[in-house]
Design a protein around this ligand. Structure first.
Ligand code: UT7
Length: 327
């Protein structure tokens, strides 16, 4: 089977920044509480007229330049998101239109914060069997559009961003060594948006509390699952690749909470200088978190050719996944 590799990366974060001081004016919270409990100081928020697809298009333009690939070469677009511009058509279709990806098939993947790794696993399978040759995989979110800014338990966490990766067949020893995805839908109520689907449609006559169209989370329960499953998934891909945790050069975790990240690193016995962190500046950007962090880590020289890189994510569903790559 052909090994899939990342040929190029790009990312985008909106300009506007919400600081912890801003939240002190909005809800009953403090900079100290947010920093200690989450590690977040700032998050970026998209303009009202800036859609998820606009952020994706900006990220993709960087990825095209990085990979030396043209839009016409893309034969599949996979968009990992829970905040598409529309329910129909898919976010991937809108991106296709905006970037002129005339030769591509398109699909969205809904796996919350694990959306990018889920998308990457789909891309890897298509590359392995030879169906597609150049796949554009996004993790992108405009979480500000589904955040309840009156709920201090969630609003301080989330930011907006997009990350893009161009995936294709490896021509050297780089690429995905192992990838694993998993879900447990029995815990659907721990992180959800109650209204807006067929179960509780929003009809616009005021019959549904608008807050039900925003993200709801039982944070401390999600926390426990995240610590367990991120560690398990990480150990699994390392074992599947025939490696040991000490051979990992950089852990690039979903940036949900500094305490979850530290617990995951401790489980793998990885020192924190082998962990990439940008949570302080961007907060939790859900599916965008890992591709944004990967792109920044490469630009900062934290990932070099030949490095073993571990990505691991956890999110609503519940969903989780891990990927081990040789860069
Ligand atoms: O992205 C993928 C999935 N998401 C996650 O992985 C997130 C996982 N969960 C978390 O990161 C954490 O659970 C939170 C950061 C959301 C919350 O931290 P926590 O340590 O689990 O706090 P808690 O929910 O147990 O709440 C402890 C206290 C409560 O007050 P009482 O009942 O003890 O008086 C909360 O009301 O902290 C209070 N609290 C706050 N206080 C100040 C909750 N949010 C805030 C806040 N500022 N923003």
């Amino acid at each position: 089977m052909t090994r899939a590799t990342i040929l190029g990366l790009g990312s985008y974060v909106p300009e506007r920044v919400l600081t912890n001081a801003d939240f002190e004016r909005m809800v009953d919270t403090s900079h100290e509480w947010i920093m200690t409990r989450t590690g977040i100081a700032e998050r970026h928020i998209a303009r009202p007229d800036e859609d998820t697809s606009d952020m994706c298009a900006a990220a993709a333009r960087e990825a095209f330049a990085d990979a030396g690939v043209t839009p016409e070469e893309i034969d599949l677009v996979i968009a990992g998101t829970v905040t598409p511009d529309f329910l129909v058509p898919s976010l991937a279709c809108i991106i296709q239109k905006k970037l002129g990806l005339i030769n591509a098939a398109t699909m969205d993947v809904v796996a919350a914060c694990a959306g990018f790794i889920h998308g990457l696993s789909v891309a890897q399978a298509y590359i392995a069997c030879g169906t597609f040759k150049k796949i554009l995989v996004f993790g992108a979110e405009k979480l500000s559009s589904i955040t309840d800014y009156t709920d201090r338990g969630t609003c301080i966490l989330f930011g907006d961003a997009a990350g893009a990766a161009i995936v294709g067949p490896a021509t050297d020893d780089s690429g995905i060594l192992a990838i694993h995805i998993k879900s447990d839908g029995r815990h659907d109520e721990l992180l959800n948006i109650p209204a807006g689907g067929t179960h509780l449609p929003v009809v616009g006559n005021g019959s549904v509390d608008p807050r039900l169209s925003k993200l709801h989370m039982k944070g401390n329960e999600v926390f426990k699952f995240a610590v367990r499953h991120m560690g398990d998934a990480a150990l699994r891909v390392i074992a599947d690749a025939g490696l040991t945790p000490d051979q990992v050069d950089l852990l690039v975790p979903h940036q949900a909470n500094i305490r979850i990240i530290k617990a995951t690193a401790a489980r793998l016995r990885l020192p924190m200088d082998k962990v990439y962190l940008n949570i302080e500046k961007y907060g939790n950007t859900s599916a965008a978190s890992i591709p944004l962090a990967l792109d920044q880590a490469v630009h900062e020289g934290r990932i070099k050719k030949g490095d073993i890189v571990l990505g691991v994510a956890f999110g609503g569903g519940l969903t989780w996944g891990a990927v081990l790559l040789r860069w």
